[in-house]
Ligand binder design. Structure first.
Ligand code: ZN
Length: 455
């Protein structure tokens, strides 16, 4: 269940009206996190980040507005929905924001799309989703069902996070959480009474991005990048926490971690361009060998990605492993060597654990895998979102100069000179083309800075 613009404090904050969800979190039946989204904080790039585990480009913010655009679809881009459908053999349905239908052509079995275009609608856009919840979940043919609610985001755009409509909307969303939770709890019990080994249903409540003090989003302020991520699963016992729920406002992880975590929980391949690392609190529910295998798969995938983007060899061989055997990885200064060192240590300790079963090696292998993933993630996210702002602003400056030059030439020709020479003509055409480029690009640029009324 994706609630558009569900900022972390809408669930974890003291003013939250989502009492049922909060009671699950307090009693340990659910586990919550603040997922940190990266800019551009608009729906389409966020859905891409959640499903591919990678950081989409800035251009996606523009394509988010161009509704008819199909070049941004993920039809040829590895993602968890494709994997769940083709490897996991799951039937996938979508109810709500039709961005998903454009992004994933051919993936969904049943859909009922709503449009984010009518921002003044905060009621019908959600009842059109809720009307599908009971009938769809009560059918027994679904594997993955996505409900994407837009009303809360629209309220933000209209009246900000403190709008008088916000409390009632949170209550409405909370009651949908309860409806879904009750249905799947009942279904899980029935299934387990028939087959005790059957697995329970994973229910995730999440936001795609947050909102700023004015209720808008698109940029990288704290409010816009802080989103809710809550996992509920009968098979998982998270244990009650003695900390107040507001502590979850600071329990932060990268939003891209969602994709690899889902892949590993469902046993499908991790998307090839994933830069996230699995959420350990959820893997902790697995047995030792399972957990290490999960970490190994993710480390292998992310290391391969590093190898294609960086000058490191794409497989470690026994000589690498031997080289780093007696070295303390903390003493190594080079980024690549540091990663290889942690990776080599993970493999060595993993092997020792499998042959001895000793918990010491389990802990050591787990720590090394986590360290490898953490460093690689921060390195890759840095290099993928490294925009050259100097070049971008120099370009803008040059274009502004061209506009001034154009105006000057026009004035020169019309004011002082009766006949334009060949070279001023040529200059004029060149200048005009830059002028029009600027005219076309400028609104796009300002759209990036303050996103208008799109979800
Ligand atoms: Zn919005």
């Amino acid at each position: 269940m994706l609630v558009d613009a569900l900022r972390n404090d809408f669930v974890f904050g003291d003013k939250s009206e989502m009492h049922f969800t909060r009671s699950l979190l307090k009693s340990g039946k659910a586990m919550g996190f603040t997922a940190r989204a990266t800019a551009p904080t608009v729906t389409m790039p966020r859905v891409k980040a959640l499903t591919t585990g990678t950081v989409p480009s800035f251009l996606d913010a523009v394509l988010n507005i161009a509704e008819s655009d199909t070049s941004s679809s993920l039809a040829h881009y590895d993602n968890i929905l494709w994997q769940l459908k083709h490897q996991g053999k799951k039937k996938i349905n979508l109810f709500g924001d039709d961005t998903w239908i454009r992004l994933f052509p051919g993936i969904f079995s049943r859909t009922d799309g709503t449009s984010s275009f009518f921002v003044t609608d905060t009621v019908e856009v959600d009842t059109n989703v809720t009307r599908n919840v009971k009938p769809e979940l009560l059918r027994n043919d679904w594997g993955v069902t996505i409900f994407h609610y837009l009303g809360l985001d629209h309220i933000g755009h209209l009246g900000g996070p403190d709008s008088p409509l916000m409390g009632p909307k949170q209550k409405e969303m909370d009651s949908v959480v309860k409806t879904i939770y009750d249905i799947i709890t009942k279904q899980d019990m029935e299934r387990k009474s028939e087959n005790p080994d059957s697995k329970s249903t994973l229910f995730v409540l999440l936001g795609d991005h947050g909102m700023n003090f004015a209720g808008n989003h698109g940029g990288s302020s704290h409010g816009e990048t802080s989103t809710t991520l809550v996992f509920m699963d009968k098979d998982m016992d998270f244990g009650p926490s003695d900390k107040p729920l507001s502590a979850l406002l600071d329990k932060t992880l990268p939003q891209v971690n969602f994709a690899s975590t889902i892949s590993l929980l469902f046993g499908v391949p991790i998307p090839i361009n994933n830069i996230g690392y699995p959420i350990m609190e959820l893997l902790d529910q697995q047995s030792g060998p399972e957990r290490l295998r999960s970490l190994q798969l993710c480390t292998h995938q992310i290391y391969k990605l590093l190898a294609t983007n960086d000058n490191v060899k794409d497989m470690l061989d026994p000589s690498d492993i031997k080289q780093f055997d007696r070295v303390d990885c903390a003493d190594i200064s080079g980024k690549d060597d540091k990663i290889i060192c942690h990776y080599a240590k993970s493999l060595v300790n993993h092997g020792k654990y499998l042959s001895t079963g000793s918990d010491i090696y389990l802990r050591q292998a787990q720590a090394s895998y986590q360290e490898t993933l953490l460093i690689t993630n921060s390195y890759l996210s840095e290099s993928f979102s490294n925009y050259n702002f100097t070049a971008m602003f120099s370009g803008m400056g040059l274009m502004s100069l061209a506009v001034l030059g154009f105006l000057f030439l026009r004035f020169w020709e019309e004011g002082w000179s009766s006949e334009a020479t060949e070279s001023t003509k040529l200059f004029r055409y060149f200048d005009q083309s830059i002028f029009w480029t600027f005219i076309v690009l400028y609104p796009t640029y300002s759209m990036l800075l303050r996103e208008p009324s799109t979800a």
